[in-house]
Design a protein. Structure first.
Length: 309
């Protein structure tokens, strides 16, 4: 059993609080008034295009960077002024360059466990993360997925209350990525709060309870994945191949229509779908391979950041 505070239904408090955070490099402001609270026991995602200020934000939470303005608290403590206490309750994923290639998995786990007064049993962690058969392997000989699992183990070995995972699955193949997602879900089940920086929409949609979308140093939206999707214009996507040319003139709440090789894909609302179906029936046109799906977080992301512009 890993540490952390067990999540109790109906009792939620912010364990990470960020308010009005500002950070500049030289005269360039890269985090410009970011505010959010991460509740105990949730997986909170930070999503945004390259250079949006995601890593800088979480580095301020970890106490690795000193904010120029605003306030950051982890369990009520200041990550810079109370660095020693915060490092005991916050587990951060290392960057590859921070671990010596010659260190074995066992040595790394033992070394990091020694940094904490009440460490988790690293053997249990190694077992859970599938590292047992690699204990005597040197870090430099591990595959990308094995390295990531070791980084997760090292982030958890201090029995943290909050764990920060930044671009955890970048560079992993789809299978390793899915396995890593299961591990993150397991971490949350143990009551550990997860702050997750990611580029992958599918990852954010599957794992996160709430997501802050950051663009150019500012939060452009903060909601559940479903809430973000429902904000997009055209949350319902319909596609079909009509048996004869179709005229969609007058269809309500139609946001976009694309036609490719005779197949029509349109975005709108449920009302749009109903109207299209009755229009097709009136015109005696069959909709072949009809599919109606929800828009994805990808669509929402493009709407909520400058990425589509
Ligand atoms: N130490 C630094 N000195 C100067 N500029 C920096 C430094 N670290 C980051 N930056 C710049 O600040 C901006 C925000 O960087 P940050 O790493 O926080 O963004 P990000 O959203 O995590 O990006 P990515 O998704 O590409 O990792 C970028 O333009 C980056 O080039």
């Amino acid at each position: 059993m890993w540490g952390g505070c067990a999540f109790r239904e109906g009792f939620r408090m912010a364990v990470v609080e960020v308010s009005g955070l500002r950070k500049s490099y030289g005269d360039r402001t890269v985090v410009d008034g970011v505010s959010f609270g991460v509740e105990e026991g949730e997986i909170f995602g930070i999503l945004g295009p390259n250079g949006a200020g995601k890593t800088t934000t979480v580095e301020c939470v970890e106490g690795l960077r000193v904010p120029d303005g605003g306030k950051v608290r982890v369990a009520g403590l200041d990550p810079v002024a109370d660095r020693a206490e915060v490092s005991q309750l916050l587990g951060a994923q290392l960057q590859e360059s921070e671990l010596q290639g010659k260190l074995t998995v066992r040595e790394a786990l033992e070394l990091y466990a020694a940094f904490y007064p009440r460490p988790a049993d690293w053997r249990v962690l190694a077992e859970r993360l599938g590292l047992n058969e690699h204990l005597d392997r040197r870090f430099g000989q591990l595959s990308g997925g094995q390295k990531q699992r070791l980084f997760i183990a090292l982030a958890l070995v201090g029995n943290p209350r909050v764990v920060v995972l930044d671009e955890l699955t970048t560079g992993l193949d789809p299978r390793a990525r899915r396995e890593t997602w299961e591990i993150v879900e397991d971490i949350r089940r143990q009551g550990v709060t997860v702050l997750l920086v990611t580029h992958f929409m599918e990852e954010a949609q599957r794992l996160c309870d709430r997501i802050a979308v950051i663009d150019k140093g500012r939060i452009t939206a903060l909601d559940t994945p479903r809430g973000l999707i429902s904000r997009t214009a055209g949350a319902t996507v319909m596609s079909f191949t009509p048996s004869a040319p179709v005229d969609l003139e007058g269809v309500p709440q139609l946001v976009s229509v694309e036609e490719q090789e005779g197949r029509i894909t349109l975005r709108g609302t449920d009302e749009t779908v109903t109207a299209v179906l009755s229009l097709l029936a009136r015109q005696r046109i069959t909709a072949l391979q009809l599919r109606v799906t929800d828009a994805t977080l990808d669509d929402a992301f493009l709407d909520l950041t400058g990425a589509a512009k």
